[in-house]
Write a protein that binds this ligand. Structure first.
Ligand SMILES: *Cc1c(COP(=O)(O)O)cnc(C)c1O
Length: 398
Protein backbone atom coordinates (compact mmCIF):
# COMPACT_ATOMS: atom_id res chain seq x y z
CA UNK A 1 0.00 0.00 0.00
CA UNK A 2 1.36 3.39 -0.96
CA UNK A 3 1.70 5.87 1.90
CA UNK A 4 -1.10 8.37 1.89
CA UNK A 5 -0.64 12.12 1.99
CA UNK A 6 -1.65 13.66 5.24
CA UNK A 7 -4.77 15.71 4.94
CA UNK A 8 -6.97 17.26 7.54
CA UNK A 9 -10.64 16.54 7.40
CA UNK A 10 -12.14 19.13 9.62
CA UNK A 11 -15.11 17.63 11.36
CA UNK A 12 -14.71 20.32 14.01
CA UNK A 13 -16.82 22.31 11.63
CA UNK A 14 -19.70 19.87 11.65
CA UNK A 15 -20.83 18.57 8.26
CA UNK A 16 -22.34 21.46 6.28
CA UNK A 17 -25.76 22.51 7.49
CA UNK A 18 -27.15 21.57 4.11
CA UNK A 19 -26.18 17.99 4.90
CA UNK A 20 -27.47 18.22 8.47
CA UNK A 21 -30.82 19.50 7.33
CA UNK A 22 -31.51 16.95 4.62
CA UNK A 23 -34.78 15.19 5.06
CA UNK A 24 -32.87 11.93 4.84
CA UNK A 25 -30.85 12.51 7.97
CA UNK A 26 -33.87 13.83 9.86
CA UNK A 27 -35.93 10.77 8.92
CA UNK A 28 -33.11 8.37 9.76
CA UNK A 29 -32.44 10.04 13.14
CA UNK A 30 -36.16 9.91 13.92
CA UNK A 31 -36.11 6.16 13.20
CA UNK A 32 -33.00 5.65 15.34
CA UNK A 33 -34.57 7.52 18.30
CA UNK A 34 -37.83 5.67 18.01
CA UNK A 35 -36.57 2.12 17.41
CA UNK A 36 -33.14 2.25 19.05
CA UNK A 37 -31.72 -0.60 16.94
CA UNK A 38 -28.52 -2.25 18.17
CA UNK A 39 -25.35 -0.69 16.78
CA UNK A 40 -23.59 -0.79 14.46
CA UNK A 41 -26.33 -0.59 11.85
CA UNK A 42 -27.01 1.01 8.50
CA UNK A 43 -30.27 2.91 8.04
CA UNK A 44 -31.34 3.63 4.46
CA UNK A 45 -33.78 6.37 3.48
CA UNK A 46 -35.66 5.06 0.46
CA UNK A 47 -36.99 8.51 -0.48
CA UNK A 48 -33.42 9.66 -1.19
CA UNK A 49 -32.84 6.75 -3.57
CA UNK A 50 -36.06 7.68 -5.38
CA UNK A 51 -34.82 11.30 -5.67
CA UNK A 52 -31.43 10.25 -7.02
CA UNK A 53 -33.03 7.89 -9.52
CA UNK A 54 -35.33 10.63 -10.80
CA UNK A 55 -32.48 13.15 -10.95
CA UNK A 56 -30.38 10.72 -12.97
CA UNK A 57 -33.24 9.82 -15.32
CA UNK A 58 -33.72 13.51 -16.05
CA UNK A 59 -30.02 14.27 -16.48
CA UNK A 60 -29.66 11.40 -18.98
CA UNK A 61 -33.05 11.46 -20.69
CA UNK A 62 -33.57 8.42 -22.89
CA UNK A 63 -30.77 6.40 -21.27
CA UNK A 64 -31.35 3.00 -19.70
CA UNK A 65 -30.29 2.86 -16.05
CA UNK A 66 -28.98 -0.48 -14.76
CA UNK A 67 -28.54 -0.33 -10.97
CA UNK A 68 -25.31 -2.07 -9.92
CA UNK A 69 -26.81 -4.30 -7.25
CA UNK A 70 -23.55 -4.82 -5.35
CA UNK A 71 -23.63 -1.22 -4.10
CA UNK A 72 -26.54 -2.06 -1.81
CA UNK A 73 -28.42 -5.33 -2.23
CA UNK A 74 -31.07 -4.72 0.48
CA UNK A 75 -34.38 -6.20 -0.70
CA UNK A 76 -36.24 -2.95 -0.06
CA UNK A 77 -33.76 -1.06 -2.24
CA UNK A 78 -34.10 -3.50 -5.14
CA UNK A 79 -37.90 -3.52 -4.78
CA UNK A 80 -38.08 0.29 -4.86
CA UNK A 81 -35.94 0.42 -7.99
CA UNK A 82 -38.14 -2.23 -9.64
CA UNK A 83 -41.13 0.03 -8.90
CA UNK A 84 -39.30 2.98 -10.44
CA UNK A 85 -38.69 1.02 -13.63
CA UNK A 86 -34.93 0.57 -13.22
CA UNK A 87 -32.86 -2.14 -14.85
CA UNK A 88 -30.26 -4.14 -12.93
CA UNK A 89 -26.58 -4.88 -13.41
CA UNK A 90 -25.76 -8.16 -11.66
CA UNK A 91 -22.60 -10.20 -11.14
CA UNK A 92 -23.77 -13.63 -10.00
CA UNK A 93 -26.72 -16.06 -9.89
CA UNK A 94 -27.73 -14.98 -6.35
CA UNK A 95 -28.00 -11.36 -7.54
CA UNK A 96 -30.18 -12.54 -10.46
CA UNK A 97 -32.42 -14.42 -8.02
CA UNK A 98 -32.63 -11.38 -5.75
CA UNK A 99 -33.80 -9.11 -8.59
CA UNK A 100 -36.33 -11.64 -9.89
CA UNK A 101 -37.65 -12.27 -6.36
CA UNK A 102 -38.23 -8.54 -5.90
CA UNK A 103 -40.23 -8.33 -9.12
CA UNK A 104 -37.75 -7.51 -11.88
CA UNK A 105 -38.39 -9.13 -15.24
CA UNK A 106 -35.45 -11.00 -16.80
CA UNK A 107 -35.37 -8.43 -19.65
CA UNK A 108 -34.44 -5.83 -17.02
CA UNK A 109 -31.30 -7.71 -15.98
CA UNK A 110 -27.81 -7.44 -17.41
CA UNK A 111 -25.11 -9.92 -16.39
CA UNK A 112 -22.30 -7.36 -16.33
CA UNK A 113 -19.52 -9.42 -14.76
CA UNK A 114 -16.98 -10.50 -17.39
CA UNK A 115 -15.73 -13.26 -15.06
CA UNK A 116 -18.30 -16.04 -14.98
CA UNK A 117 -18.53 -19.82 -14.94
CA UNK A 118 -20.21 -21.43 -17.92
CA UNK A 119 -22.73 -22.98 -15.53
CA UNK A 120 -23.61 -19.52 -14.22
CA UNK A 121 -24.15 -18.23 -17.76
CA UNK A 122 -26.44 -21.22 -18.34
CA UNK A 123 -28.30 -20.47 -15.12
CA UNK A 124 -28.82 -16.84 -16.13
CA UNK A 125 -30.08 -17.93 -19.56
CA UNK A 126 -32.44 -20.45 -18.03
CA UNK A 127 -33.85 -17.68 -15.80
CA UNK A 128 -34.46 -15.55 -18.92
CA UNK A 129 -31.44 -13.20 -18.87
CA UNK A 130 -30.37 -12.28 -22.42
CA UNK A 131 -27.84 -9.49 -21.92
CA UNK A 132 -24.20 -10.10 -21.00
CA UNK A 133 -20.89 -8.23 -20.88
CA UNK A 134 -17.73 -9.94 -22.06
CA UNK A 135 -14.07 -9.06 -22.51
CA UNK A 136 -12.46 -12.30 -23.70
CA UNK A 137 -12.66 -14.95 -26.37
CA UNK A 138 -13.29 -17.82 -23.95
CA UNK A 139 -16.12 -15.99 -22.17
CA UNK A 140 -17.68 -14.97 -25.51
CA UNK A 141 -17.69 -18.60 -26.69
CA UNK A 142 -19.20 -19.71 -23.39
CA UNK A 143 -21.99 -17.12 -23.84
CA UNK A 144 -22.63 -18.25 -27.43
CA UNK A 145 -22.97 -21.86 -26.24
CA UNK A 146 -24.76 -21.44 -22.90
CA UNK A 147 -26.87 -18.37 -23.78
CA UNK A 148 -27.43 -18.63 -27.56
CA UNK A 149 -28.83 -15.60 -29.35
CA UNK A 150 -28.10 -13.23 -26.46
CA UNK A 151 -26.96 -9.62 -26.73
CA UNK A 152 -23.43 -8.67 -25.63
CA UNK A 153 -21.44 -5.63 -24.64
CA UNK A 154 -17.66 -5.79 -24.84
CA UNK A 155 -15.76 -4.00 -22.08
CA UNK A 156 -12.58 -2.09 -22.85
CA UNK A 157 -9.82 -1.54 -20.31
CA UNK A 158 -8.91 2.06 -19.55
CA UNK A 159 -5.64 3.73 -18.69
CA UNK A 160 -5.52 5.47 -15.31
CA UNK A 161 -8.75 7.39 -14.90
CA UNK A 162 -7.86 9.26 -11.73
CA UNK A 163 -10.62 7.50 -9.80
CA UNK A 164 -10.25 7.11 -6.03
CA UNK A 165 -11.19 3.45 -6.32
CA UNK A 166 -10.07 2.34 -9.82
CA UNK A 167 -10.71 -1.06 -11.37
CA UNK A 168 -7.11 -1.38 -12.60
CA UNK A 169 -6.48 -4.06 -15.20
CA UNK A 170 -8.78 -6.78 -13.96
CA UNK A 171 -11.57 -6.07 -16.47
CA UNK A 172 -11.74 -5.12 -20.11
CA UNK A 173 -9.56 -5.70 -23.15
CA UNK A 174 -7.69 -3.50 -25.64
CA UNK A 175 -9.80 -1.68 -28.28
CA UNK A 176 -8.48 -3.90 -31.12
CA UNK A 177 -9.49 -7.01 -29.30
CA UNK A 178 -12.91 -5.52 -28.46
CA UNK A 179 -13.44 -4.83 -32.17
CA UNK A 180 -12.61 -8.45 -32.99
CA UNK A 181 -14.77 -9.86 -30.21
CA UNK A 182 -17.83 -7.81 -31.22
CA UNK A 183 -17.43 -8.91 -34.85
CA UNK A 184 -17.05 -12.51 -33.72
CA UNK A 185 -20.15 -12.18 -31.52
CA UNK A 186 -22.18 -11.51 -34.67
CA UNK A 187 -20.61 -14.57 -36.37
CA UNK A 188 -21.56 -16.70 -33.36
CA UNK A 189 -25.22 -15.71 -33.69
CA UNK A 190 -25.15 -13.22 -30.83
CA UNK A 191 -26.23 -9.58 -31.10
CA UNK A 192 -23.31 -7.21 -30.48
CA UNK A 193 -24.79 -4.21 -28.63
CA UNK A 194 -21.81 -1.96 -28.16
CA UNK A 195 -18.79 -1.07 -26.09
CA UNK A 196 -18.80 -0.81 -22.29
CA UNK A 197 -16.30 0.47 -19.75
CA UNK A 198 -16.02 1.75 -16.18
CA UNK A 199 -14.07 4.90 -15.34
CA UNK A 200 -13.53 3.80 -11.72
CA UNK A 201 -15.82 4.33 -8.78
CA UNK A 202 -16.19 7.69 -6.97
CA UNK A 203 -14.97 9.50 -10.08
CA UNK A 204 -14.70 13.23 -9.36
CA UNK A 205 -13.65 14.39 -12.84
CA UNK A 206 -16.49 14.84 -15.36
CA UNK A 207 -13.93 14.65 -18.22
CA UNK A 208 -12.82 11.14 -17.20
CA UNK A 209 -15.36 9.54 -19.57
CA UNK A 210 -14.14 11.32 -22.70
CA UNK A 211 -11.17 9.12 -23.69
CA UNK A 212 -13.22 5.95 -23.29
CA UNK A 213 -16.15 7.38 -25.28
CA UNK A 214 -13.70 8.35 -28.02
CA UNK A 215 -12.36 4.77 -28.17
CA UNK A 216 -15.89 3.39 -28.20
CA UNK A 217 -16.75 5.74 -31.09
CA UNK A 218 -13.75 4.48 -33.08
CA UNK A 219 -14.65 0.84 -32.48
CA UNK A 220 -18.25 1.53 -33.47
CA UNK A 221 -17.15 3.28 -36.69
CA UNK A 222 -14.73 0.47 -37.61
CA UNK A 223 -17.39 -2.17 -37.16
CA UNK A 224 -19.97 -0.13 -39.09
CA UNK A 225 -17.53 -0.14 -42.03
CA UNK A 226 -17.50 -3.96 -41.79
CA UNK A 227 -21.29 -4.07 -41.74
CA UNK A 228 -21.64 -4.74 -37.99
CA UNK A 229 -23.98 -2.17 -36.46
CA UNK A 230 -23.65 -1.28 -32.77
CA UNK A 231 -26.61 0.66 -31.44
CA UNK A 232 -25.66 1.14 -27.80
CA UNK A 233 -22.94 2.57 -25.57
CA UNK A 234 -22.53 1.45 -21.96
CA UNK A 235 -20.75 4.11 -19.92
CA UNK A 236 -20.75 2.08 -16.67
CA UNK A 237 -20.79 3.59 -13.18
CA UNK A 238 -18.45 5.97 -11.40
CA UNK A 239 -20.78 8.87 -10.56
CA UNK A 240 -19.84 10.04 -7.08
CA UNK A 241 -21.42 10.16 -3.65
CA UNK A 242 -20.86 12.93 -1.10
CA UNK A 243 -17.86 12.42 1.13
CA UNK A 244 -15.33 14.85 2.57
CA UNK A 245 -13.88 15.87 -0.82
CA UNK A 246 -16.55 17.85 -2.67
CA UNK A 247 -17.81 16.39 -5.96
CA UNK A 248 -19.08 18.42 -8.92
CA UNK A 249 -22.87 18.41 -9.42
CA UNK A 250 -24.53 15.77 -11.58
CA UNK A 251 -25.27 18.36 -14.27
CA UNK A 252 -21.52 18.76 -14.92
CA UNK A 253 -21.12 15.02 -15.50
CA UNK A 254 -24.17 14.86 -17.74
CA UNK A 255 -23.01 17.84 -19.82
CA UNK A 256 -19.46 16.49 -20.28
CA UNK A 257 -20.61 12.96 -21.12
CA UNK A 258 -23.34 14.09 -23.51
CA UNK A 259 -20.89 16.40 -25.29
CA UNK A 260 -18.36 13.55 -25.65
CA UNK A 261 -20.95 11.22 -27.15
CA UNK A 262 -22.06 13.86 -29.65
CA UNK A 263 -18.45 14.55 -30.58
CA UNK A 264 -17.24 10.96 -30.99
CA UNK A 265 -20.24 9.17 -32.49
CA UNK A 266 -21.58 9.63 -36.00
CA UNK A 267 -25.02 8.30 -35.06
CA UNK A 268 -26.21 8.77 -31.47
CA UNK A 269 -26.13 5.43 -29.63
CA UNK A 270 -28.67 4.51 -26.95
CA UNK A 271 -26.88 5.17 -23.67
CA UNK A 272 -26.67 2.62 -20.87
CA UNK A 273 -25.57 3.65 -17.37
CA UNK A 274 -24.73 1.33 -14.51
CA UNK A 275 -25.01 3.59 -11.45
CA UNK A 276 -24.24 2.04 -8.08
CA UNK A 277 -22.81 4.52 -5.60
CA UNK A 278 -24.66 7.55 -7.00
CA UNK A 279 -28.10 6.04 -6.38
CA UNK A 280 -27.62 4.78 -2.84
CA UNK A 281 -24.69 6.41 -1.05
CA UNK A 282 -26.41 9.59 0.13
CA UNK A 283 -29.39 7.57 1.35
CA UNK A 284 -27.53 5.78 4.13
CA UNK A 285 -26.41 6.61 7.64
CA UNK A 286 -24.27 4.17 9.59
CA UNK A 287 -24.65 4.51 13.34
CA UNK A 288 -21.83 3.26 15.53
CA UNK A 289 -21.08 3.35 19.24
CA UNK A 290 -17.84 4.40 20.88
CA UNK A 291 -16.26 1.39 22.63
CA UNK A 292 -13.22 3.12 24.09
CA UNK A 293 -11.41 6.45 24.00
CA UNK A 294 -7.74 6.25 25.00
CA UNK A 295 -4.29 7.79 24.62
CA UNK A 296 -1.04 6.02 23.75
CA UNK A 297 1.20 8.19 25.92
CA UNK A 298 0.95 10.98 28.41
CA UNK A 299 2.46 13.45 25.93
CA UNK A 300 0.52 12.55 22.76
CA UNK A 301 -2.44 14.86 22.21
CA UNK A 302 -4.04 12.48 19.75
CA UNK A 303 -6.76 10.24 21.16
CA UNK A 304 -7.63 6.82 19.78
CA UNK A 305 -11.36 6.36 19.35
CA UNK A 306 -12.39 2.72 18.99
CA UNK A 307 -15.84 2.10 17.51
CA UNK A 308 -18.05 -0.98 17.27
CA UNK A 309 -17.83 -0.69 13.47
CA UNK A 310 -14.63 -1.16 11.48
CA UNK A 311 -13.03 -2.43 8.32
CA UNK A 312 -14.71 -5.84 8.51
CA UNK A 313 -18.29 -5.03 9.44
CA UNK A 314 -19.21 -2.17 7.13
CA UNK A 315 -16.34 0.22 6.49
CA UNK A 316 -14.27 -1.75 3.95
CA UNK A 317 -13.96 1.36 1.80
CA UNK A 318 -11.77 3.06 4.40
CA UNK A 319 -8.96 0.83 3.08
CA UNK A 320 -6.11 3.17 2.08
CA UNK A 321 -8.38 5.90 3.46
CA UNK A 322 -9.62 6.52 -0.09
CA UNK A 323 -13.16 7.17 0.99
CA UNK A 324 -13.31 9.74 3.78
CA UNK A 325 -16.81 9.78 5.19
CA UNK A 326 -18.43 12.79 6.81
CA UNK A 327 -18.95 12.17 10.52
CA UNK A 328 -21.36 13.51 13.07
CA UNK A 329 -21.54 12.99 16.84
CA UNK A 330 -25.15 13.60 17.88
CA UNK A 331 -25.52 15.30 21.24
CA UNK A 332 -21.80 16.10 21.53
CA UNK A 333 -20.49 19.38 20.27
CA UNK A 334 -18.04 21.81 21.79
CA UNK A 335 -14.29 21.77 21.61
CA UNK A 336 -12.69 19.15 19.37
CA UNK A 337 -9.28 17.49 19.14
CA UNK A 338 -7.47 15.18 16.73
CA UNK A 339 -8.22 11.46 16.76
CA UNK A 340 -7.27 8.19 15.15
CA UNK A 341 -10.37 6.14 14.42
CA UNK A 342 -10.30 2.35 14.63
CA UNK A 343 -12.59 -0.65 14.60
CA UNK A 344 -13.24 -3.21 17.32
CA UNK A 345 -11.43 -6.35 16.07
CA UNK A 346 -8.01 -7.76 17.04
CA UNK A 347 -6.62 -6.98 13.58
CA UNK A 348 -3.91 -4.36 13.15
CA UNK A 349 -5.37 -3.29 9.79
CA UNK A 350 -8.74 -2.56 11.37
CA UNK A 351 -7.93 1.15 11.54
CA UNK A 352 -10.27 3.54 9.72
CA UNK A 353 -8.41 6.84 9.66
CA UNK A 354 -4.97 7.74 10.95
CA UNK A 355 -3.41 9.62 7.99
CA UNK A 356 -6.51 11.75 7.50
CA UNK A 357 -6.72 13.55 10.79
CA UNK A 358 -10.33 13.73 11.92
CA UNK A 359 -11.28 15.91 14.86
CA UNK A 360 -13.96 14.84 17.31
CA UNK A 361 -15.37 16.45 20.49
CA UNK A 362 -13.11 16.29 23.56
CA UNK A 363 -16.09 15.18 25.63
CA UNK A 364 -16.66 12.04 23.50
CA UNK A 365 -17.03 8.98 25.77
CA UNK A 366 -17.65 5.23 25.53
CA UNK A 367 -21.33 4.68 24.79
CA UNK A 368 -21.68 7.84 22.63
CA UNK A 369 -22.71 7.54 19.00
CA UNK A 370 -20.60 8.35 15.96
CA UNK A 371 -22.70 8.58 12.76
CA UNK A 372 -21.07 8.00 9.36
CA UNK A 373 -23.05 10.00 6.79
CA UNK A 374 -23.75 9.03 3.18
CA UNK A 375 -22.85 5.40 3.75
CA UNK A 376 -25.57 3.75 1.67
CA UNK A 377 -23.11 2.30 -0.86
CA UNK A 378 -20.54 -0.45 -0.40
CA UNK A 379 -20.96 -0.77 3.37
CA UNK A 380 -23.39 -3.56 4.27
CA UNK A 381 -22.62 -5.33 0.97
CA UNK A 382 -18.91 -5.60 1.84
CA UNK A 383 -19.69 -6.83 5.33
CA UNK A 384 -20.46 -10.47 4.81
CA UNK A 385 -18.37 -12.44 7.29
CA UNK A 386 -18.56 -12.34 11.06
CA UNK A 387 -14.81 -11.82 11.38
CA UNK A 388 -13.65 -12.13 14.98
CA UNK A 389 -17.26 -12.67 16.08
CA UNK A 390 -18.48 -9.22 15.00
CA UNK A 391 -21.73 -9.72 13.06
CA UNK A 392 -22.23 -8.44 9.50
CA UNK A 393 -23.82 -4.99 9.36
CA UNK A 394 -27.63 -5.08 9.48
CA UNK A 395 -29.66 -2.73 7.23
CA UNK A 396 -32.93 -1.04 8.22
CA UNK A 397 -34.94 0.89 5.61
CA UNK A 398 -37.20 3.87 6.33
C1 LIG B 1 -19.57 -1.90 -9.49
C2 LIG B 1 -19.97 -1.70 -10.88
C3 LIG B 1 -20.73 -0.59 -11.24
C4 LIG B 1 -21.13 0.50 -10.27
O1 LIG B 1 -20.10 1.40 -10.04
P1 LIG B 1 -20.33 2.73 -9.19
O2 LIG B 1 -19.01 3.38 -9.21
O3 LIG B 1 -20.77 2.30 -7.83
O4 LIG B 1 -21.37 3.53 -9.87
C5 LIG B 1 -21.12 -0.47 -12.56
N1 LIG B 1 -20.79 -1.39 -13.49
C6 LIG B 1 -20.04 -2.48 -13.18
C7 LIG B 1 -19.72 -3.46 -14.25
C8 LIG B 1 -19.60 -2.66 -11.88
O5 LIG B 1 -18.86 -3.72 -11.58
Amino acid sequence: MAPQPTETVDTATPPPTAVELTGAIARIREYLERCKPATPCLVVDLATIRERYEELSQAFAGAKLYYAVKANPAREVVRLLVELGAHFDVASPPEIDLCLAEGARPEQISYGNTIKKRADIGYAYQRGVRLFTTDSDADLEAIAEAAPGSTVFCRIVLADTGSLTPFGHKFGCAPDMATQLLAKAAELGLTPAGVSFHVGSQQLDPRAWDAAIEQAGEITAKLAAEGVELTMLNIGGGLPGRYSRPAPPLADFAAAITASVTKHFAAQPRLVLEPGRFLVSDAGLLRSEVVLVSRKSTVDDKRWVYLDVGRYNGLAETENEYITYLLSTPGRDGETGPVCLAGPTCDGDDVLYQHNVYRLPMELRAGDHVDFLNTGAYTASYSSIAFNGFAPLPTHCV
